[in-house]
Design a protein around this ligand. Structure first.
Ligand code: GNR
Ligand code: NI
Length: 170
């Protein structure tokens, strides 16, 4: 098991597009376990491989209250989105300390491989639907702040660059 370093916005590697996983083998299972450990340690409710500088379509999510319901998604796809939307105050482990509202589909249907390499489908709403859409964006190189105004994006970049400088001095 290992904790993986999480890339921070505005790092250009957060905008790389992840490639599909070709075989679900022990390399992928080790990645999933390390990502899960990193997510629980942070703590966060989701983590995309892109955030740990691995550009393959792998995501871990756990939106349960007790943190005992790990979902590992390999090559996930959203195969249906509701017309109805919901607005949720989002945060991101790659954009620490920044929270803002994002509007996304309220309900989705997901098709994915699991850790055993089996294809499964599930429906999601609420926080799980938010989280799946947020993580799949990461795999496409998209960070939630890109839904905000350019003015807000510039403020966030300035604030995080300043945080980074202060952290280096300390
Ligand atoms: O931990 C996280 N919380 C969260 C809250 C609202 C909407 C999305 C998220 S995902 C985030 C972890 C993360 O950055 N995943 O990419
Ligand atoms: Ni995120």
């Amino acid at each position: 098991m290992a904790l993986l370093p999480i890339l921070r916005y505005p790092d250009p590697r957060l905008h790389k597009i992840a490639k599909p996983v070709e075989v679900v083998d022990d390399r992928i299972r080790t990645l999933i376990h390390d990502m899960a450990e990193t997510m629980y340690d942070a703590p966060g409710v989701g983590l995309a491989a892109t955030q740990v500088d691995v550009h393959e379509r792998v995501v871990v999510i756990d939106v349960s209250e007790d943190g005992n319901n790990l979902l590992a998604l390999i090559n996930p796809e959203i195969i249906w989105k509701s017309e109805e939307t919901q607005v949720y105050e989002e945060g991101c482990l790659s954009v620490p300390g920044i929270y803002d509202e994002v509007q996304r589909a309220a309900r989705i249907r997901v098709r994915t491989l699991n850790e055993k390499g089996e294809t499964i489908e599930f429906d999601a709403d609420g926080l799980l639907a938010v989280c799946v859409q947020h993580e799949l964006d990461h795999l496409m190189g998209k960070v939630f702040v890109e839904y905000l105004s350019v003015l807000k994006q510039n403020r966030i970049r300035t604030r995080l660059r300043k945080q980074e400088r202060e952290a280096l001095k300390a």
